[in-house]
Design a protein. Structure first.
Ligand SMILES: Nc1nc2c(ncn2[C@@H]2O[C@H](COP(=O)(O)OP(=O)(O)OP(=O)(O)O)[C@@H](O)[C@H]2O)c(=O)[nH]1
Ligand SMILES: [Mg+2]
Length: 293
């Protein structure tokens, strides 16, 4: 049997379950997940290997109309995922109608790569709705193979996995067979902290936050981490820290638990908050945080 390998890129609206699906395929929590839109900001590679296959899943940010520079960079990640896909996964959730961005929708319909259209969250649905949506999406995107799944309950994802293996092109592996992702350890530290910010603060706060892990020092028994939480304004700094530092402490404790599970080691996590004025619209800062080349 010849070896197969290729890029399987997951795109769709915000919050439909793209990251949940990638984590389910990879079997690790590579991508953070919350019920808020724009949880994912980067293109994150999750690699699944067996003897004859290497599947390079890409999780991408949900498609939005960019309002500031960082969101424009997020959409550049989505564009790149269109360009190098060997298989395109277009995910919708059972309640939604279609991509709000017409240009992206046209790209999916005229995709050269095979399209798997996954209708997610069917655990929240009923038989009647399921049948109606199945027909609706099949007629909307005639070039797609349509599947009904629940990424959360890992329901019906095996047939999708088998189809992916069938569609993969013949190719030697792109990465060593024991590699799980292309992102460095510090990226996952940043993301674990950002997830807790998304979960613990309301409204605009999480969207004004970026994390920078300044120190990641691994010893035999423990990993010592120092990270900075960047906000855009002084008022946001106060909110992040909270009364007597309680809010920040909670973020630190919650993130530490996740990081201990992720790295399989004890973690010492030191968090600071700094103001980095309007970083979301600053080219130099966006490069520094990995949103631009
Ligand atoms: N009921 C149900 N909820 C799901 C399912 N899949 C994902 N979710 C939930 O939907 C929410 C969003 O999931 P994510 O995986 O973060 O969605 P995403 O598409 O990556 O979102 P962005 O990164 O913001 O674009 C979370 O609360 C998930 O737990 C599913 O199959 N069923
Ligand atoms: Mg996501």
């Amino acid at each position: 049997m010849k070896h197969k390998a290729g890029f399987v890129n997951i795109i769709g609206n915000p919050n439909v379950g793209k990251s949940t699906l990638m984590n389910a395929f990879v079997g690790e929590k590579l991508s953070i997940i919350t019920s808020k839109a724009q949880t994912t900001r980067h293109r994150i590679l999750g690699i699944v290997n067996d003897e004859h296959h290497q599947i390079l899943f890409s999780d991408t940010p949900g498609i939005i109309k960019p309002a500031y520079e960082m969101q424009a960079s997020m959409m550049d990640f989505v564009k790149s995922a269109f360009e190098d896909a060997d298989v395109l996964i277009y995910m919708v959730e059972i309640g939604e109608k279609e991509l709000k961005d017409e240009a992206f929708f046209e790209k999916i319909k005229s995709s050269k790569a095979p399209v798997l259209l996954l209708i997610n969250k069917i655990d929240t649905s009923n038989q009647e709705q399921i049948e109606e949506k199945m027909q609706y999406w099949q007629s909307k995107v005639p070039n797609a193979n349509v599947y009904l799944i629940s990424a959360l309950e890992k329901f019906n994802i095996l047939p999708v996995f088998d189809k992916i293996k069938e569609l993969l092109p013949e190719s030697p592996p792109f990465y060593p067979k024991d590699q799980l992702t292309d992102k460095p350890e510090r990226f996952f530290v940043n993301e674990a902290i950002r997830e807790k910010i998304l979960l613990n603060y309301k409204k605009e706060i999480p969207y004004a936050v970026e994390i920078l892990t300044e120190e990641f020092f691994e010893e035999d028994e423990i990993i010592r981490i120092r990270a900075i939480i960047m906000v855009e304004r002084e008022t946001q700094k106060g909110i992040i820290i909270g009364h007597k530092g309680a809010a920040l402490k909670k973020v630190g404790m919650d993130a530490r638990k996740d990081l201990e599970a992720f790295f399989g080691k004890k973690i010492f996590l030191d968090l600071y908050v700094k103001v980095n004025k309007n970083w979301r619209s600053n080219d130099r800062q966006l490069k520094r945080f990995g949103y631009k080349e």
